[in-house]
Unconditional design. Structure first.
Length: 77
């Protein structure tokens, strides 16, 4: 069961959303996908979690790390 990680530094734009979709295409059933955002806006977090849920991912947990970065940890169903 592989664990895929994606670190996003700076603002989210079209390129970053495209990269998220690319990663989702690689992640297989029961795999873990963790996205870490250096800068996080509530609307971006909502968009990412909606994208994940809409593509058969279950959000396992999410929150702030000690360094202030926000993480979303999801498993593909």
């Amino acid at each position: 069961m592989p664990n895929y990680k994606m670190d996003i530094k700076g603002d989210l734009g079209v390129r970053e959303y495209s990269n998220i979709f690319d990663y989702m295409g690689v992640v297989d059933s029961k795999d873990t996908f963790t996205i870490t955002l250096e800068q996080s806006k509530k609307e971006d977090l909502n968009t990412i979690t909606s994208i994940l849920k809409g593509n058969n991912f279950e959000i396992v947990n999410e929150g702030l790390k000690n360094d202030g970065a926000y993480y979303i940890n999801a498993n593909k169903e």
